[in-house]
Ligand binder design. Structure first.
Ligand SMILES: Cc1cc2nc3c(=O)[nH]c(=O)nc-3n(C[C@H](O)[C@H](O)[C@H](O)COP(=O)(O)OP(=O)(O)OC[C@H]3O[C@@H](n4cnc5c(N)ncnc54)[C@H](O)[C@@H]3O)c2cc1C
Length: 416
């Protein structure tokens, strides 16, 4: 069933009786050509591109809960291509181009909104760093504009330009950056994969990975054993646990990141804004809620909820930057389990086990990566070769020391 304005109109005329479920609810088969563990954004996009780009359709996505219940439905929805280092910048540039055609490709409204992202800077040193980043973005073929203080004031007049502790010097504007509705992205990919014959199996937790003579042969699940020629581990915050089922020890730590949303307000914040002197970023959803977040909770955990010290820290940063939001009531907050790598960059790679692949290490930036991650993971699983734009996302860089450390904070998971 194709979605269109015409379809909405005619369904409205005839009592909305013609809509069908967006995907099937199949029972697991005994064997698949490929299994993807994890029905988050990355797992679903991998399945979609395996089917669409490589013609593999005897595939299952195994999800222990429900599709979109993980980080893909918990993030602050920021989409951008403003990376600095070769390795990251071409990957995220590719991802943003896929975002720009995603709704037409999926025939699904993911509410992708290129409303512009502004990273504020508050010192001469920060200005230099952002100018350098902007040049790298432009060299990569993406967009960047350096705004001075008046340029920022023209776009964001409600910021506190008077406070002296963290004066606003200017900002780096990335016009093609913005937001998308996070769970719609999971639903759009799920529907697209299902239409191409992929079995999406919910409430099916993988409890073991079968390996014989150095080759993967299938998985054990709460719904029985399933054989497979190829298996992709795409489970974000659970990466270390699932990889351990195959005897692998990953350089990943799982940490909590919280997000917050206020009551619905009239449109007031037109852009995505990030504060340069504290970890705080904010946008306004199409429903009117202010959606914002900050830093990790600073300790490793598998609890998908956060704690009060970080709530206070985030609110303080928000109030410092834009005191007007102090009048808004926070309605909800929640946490997600982030797969933090030692250099802050991801992994899309083979493992030492034939037919077993891994996609992880998205830190807190994996939402914008969903299209390119699926594209590149599908390429790797179908061809056994890394995709050109993901060739540096290897596991062995943590052994060789060829790190992709965008933040320059060194090899410490919770600092990225
Ligand atoms: C609060 C917060 C804010 C964020 N903000 C942004 C942002 O603004 N921009 C951005 O780019 N990124 C952001 N991120 C990061 C982004 O959401 C994640 O990097 C990304 O969603 C992770 O990939 P995923 O979608 O595949 O993960 P998930 O949706 O978590 O998918 C993994 C799936 O694997 C399943 N699974 C785990 N173990 C098993 C098992 N044994 N068997 C079967 N299934 C299993 C889980 O149930 C889960 O559904 C944010 C994250 C959080 C939590």
């Amino acid at each position: 069933m194709r979605y269109s304005g015409f379809k909405v109109f005619t369904e409205g005329l005839f009592g909305n009786k013609g809509w069908r479920p967006a995907w099937r609810d199949p029972a697991p088969k005994a064997e698949y050509d490929a299994i993807i563990i994890g029905g988050g954004g990355h797992g679903l996009s991998t399945a979609y591109y395996l089917a669409k780009n490589h013609g593999l359709t005897n595939i299952a996505v195994l999800e222990k809960g429900y599709l979109g219940g993980g980080n893909i439905g918990r993030n602050t929805t920021i989409v951008r291509a403003n990376y600095f280092l070769p390795g990251n910048s071409e990957f995220y540039s590719h991802s943003l181009k896929l975002w720009e055609g995603l709704e037409a490709d999926l025939n699904y409204n993911v509410m992708h909104s290129q409303r512009g992202l502004i990273n504020l800077f508050h010192s001469d040193g920060q200005r230099d760093a952002f100018a350098r980043r902007g040049n790298a973005m432009v060299n990569q073929g993406d967009d960047a504009e350096l705004l001075d203080r008046d340029g920022v004031r023209a776009l964001l007049p409600y910021l506190d330009f008077e406070q002296t502790r963290f004066p606003i010097y200017g900002g780096l504007l990335h016009r093609r950056g913005g937001t998308a509705r996070h769970d719609a992205v999971a639903w759009g990919y799920a529907r697209g994969a299902d239409q191409r014959g992929v079995d999406l199996i919910q409430n099916c937790e993988v409890t073991g990975i079968d390996v014989e003579n150095g080759r993967v042969t299938g998985v054990q699940t709460t719904r029985g054993a399933i054989r497979a020629k190829k298996v992709g581990i795409v489970v974000a915050g659970r990466s270390s646990q699932v990889a351990a089922m195959a005897g692998l020890r990953l350089p990943i730590e799982s940490h909590i990141l919280q997000a917050f949303v206020t009551e619905g307000l009239k449109p007031v914040i037109d852009h995505v804004i990030s504060f340069g002197m504290g970890h705080f970023y904010i946008s306004q959803s199409d429903k009117g809620g202010l959606v914002f977040g900050g830093d990790l909770d600073f300790y490793a955990s598998y609890a998908a909820r956060g704690n009060l010290p970080m709530v206070e820290h985030v609110m303080e940063a928000g109030m410092t930057l834009m005191p007007m939001i102090g009048r808004a009531k926070v309605l909800r907050s929640w946490g997600g389990i982030m797969d933090m790598s030692p250099d802050g960059s991801p992994v899309i790679d083979r493992t030492g086990i034939d037919g077993l692949y891994i996609d992880c290490g998205w830190n807190y930036g994996g939402f914008k990566a969903v299209p390119a991650s699926g594209w590149c993971m599908a390429h790797l699983m179908a061809t056994d070769r890394p995709h050109e734009v993901a060739r540096r996302f290897t596991l062995n860089r943590f052994a060789t020391g060829h790190l992709l450390d965008e933040e320059g904070t060194g090899s410490q998971h919770n600092l990225h």
